[in-house]
Structure formats: structure tokens, C-alpha cells
Design a protein around this ligand. Structure first.
Ligand code: 6PG
Length: 218
């Protein structure tokens, strides 16, 4: 298997993510978007964690107001953040800035902060992660942690962590669930050059369910 990191096939991805957060007690977490992430965050609401010590970041965002249903921060607030009292929530979207200036500001914020202790990523059916889409410019950025990015296949302009930003975290956790992710996960596991396959960090953990895991992948 060519997959970088450790893969665990689990019955319930959200429960496995919950247990990992409880055990590791990260002081900072970068959140992703999507339905898999939303279920994970809803499950965290009741977790026995000292949220008052935890800072939250976004690992990518759609360039829409937080009140927009497409907002990753908006999703995370509804699912989790509005139910707990974290030390900080660092928004990517800024209504008073251009996307370029917001990217530069978030880059400076991340650069000035100690490495984010747990970075959560999803996997798109095309093998994207965060807003690192196949064939886009952000895949090749080495001197920035946060850049604007996007393509014609995915809605909204985006802000996204780059690979250098991702690899700065000591722990990167992918959560992958459902049969519609089977091909993307198999692509990663067989060494295809999809964006998620390029992720490197000190520890990369893949939490995948039985539907997403091809026979023999685990
Ligand atoms: C985004 C997400 C994206 C997501 C994957 C998986 O902004 O769209 O960050 O990378 O995590 O597309 O999303 P699903 O779990 O909804 O398939």
C-alpha cells in the first residue's frame, strides 16, 4: 500500500475522531468542511474536553459570509463551536477584506502561532483535500501557508492551507466515509498523484469506514 501514514478501518468515523480528540487533547485544531466533518463535529459537542483551552482554526474556507449555508465556519459553528466555549475561533472569511488580503492575514496568523496540534482533513471524490483541487495553483505553493484557490468544478473562491501549512502540524487526521469515497481512497492507497496523496506530516492518520475501504486496503 502506497498510502502515507496509518490507515484505520472503523465502524463509525465520527466516533473514532471523537475518541482521538479526547485522548490527544489538542490545544489547537484546524477544521475542514463537508458532510463528514459536520458529523464529526456534531459528535464532539458532548466530548469530555476542556474546550476553554482549545483554539480553533479553519484549514480551508469558501469565500462567503459565515451566515451562508456554504460557509465551513458557519457549519462548524452550528455543529460544534456555538455549543462550546473555546479559547478562540480564528475566522478565515473577512467581510472587510479582499480574499487576497484575508489570505495574507491568515498566513501571518498561522505563522505567528505554534503549529496547530491537530489538523482535520476530508477527502473529496476527486481526491482533493481542504481546497487543494487537482491541477490548481495552490498545489505547487511552497512559500505560503494560506492562499486563495479554486477551480471551475467546485463552487466559490476559496482560501486553503497549502502543503507546507499542513505538514507543519504534528498530527493530520483524515476522515473518510461512504462508498462514494472508495475510488478516491483507493487512488491514494495505490499511489495515484491526487492532492490528498501529497499530504505529509509527522503523523498522518486515516480514519475510514468499511464502505470507503476497498477490500484489503486496511
Ligand atoms: C470543503 C472541504 C472539503 C471536504 C471534502 C469532503 O471546503 O469542501 O474542506 O475538502 O472536506 O470535500 O467533503 P464531504 O465529507 O462532504 O464529502
Amino acid at each position: 500500500m502506497a498510502l502515507y501514514g496509518k490507515l484505520e478501518v472503523v465502524d463509525d468515523v465520527a466516533a473514532a475522531f471523537h475518541d482521538l480528540v479526547v485522548v490527544r487533547e489538542p490545544a489547537s485544531i484546524a477544521l475542514s468542511g463537508g458532510d463528514t466533518a459536520r458529523v464529526c463535529y456534531e459528535r464532539l459537542v458532548a466530548a469530555p474536553v476542556g474546550w476553554e483551552r482549545v483554539e480553533f482554526f479553519m484549514s480551508d474556507e469558501r469565500w462567503v459570509p459565515v451566515s451562508d449555508p456554504a460557509s465551513n465556519e458557519g457549519m462548524a459553528r452550528i455543529a460544534l463551536l456555538d455549543h462550546i466555549h473555546p479559547a478562540a475561533i480564528h475566522s478565515m472569511y473577512r467581510s472587510d477584506e479582499t480574499i487576497e488580503d484575508a489570505a495574507a492575514d491568515y498566513d501571518a496568523l498561522v505563522r505567528a502561532h505554534p503549529p496547530i496540534e491537530l489538523l482535520h482533513l476530508g477527502l473529496g471524490p476527486d481526491g482533493h483535500t481542504a481546497s487543494l483541487f487537482p491541477g490548481t495553483a495552490a498545489l505547487d505553493v511552497r512559500d505560503r501557508y494560506v492562499v486563495p484557490n479554486g477551480d471551475d468544478l467546485h463552487p466559490y473562491p476559496r482560501l486553503t492551507f497549502t502543503y507546507p501549512a499542513i505538514s507543519r502540524s504534528p498530527l493530520v487526521v483524515f476522515t473518510v466515509a461512504g462508498v462514494d469515497k472508495r475510488d478516491a481512497l483507493a487512488a491514494v492507497a495505490t499511489g495515484k498523484d491526487v492532492p490528498a496523496a501529497r499530504v505529509r506530516a509527522n503523523e498522518v492518520l486515516w480514519l475510514v469506514d468499511h464502505e470507503a475501504a476497498s477490500p484489503g486496503i486496511g
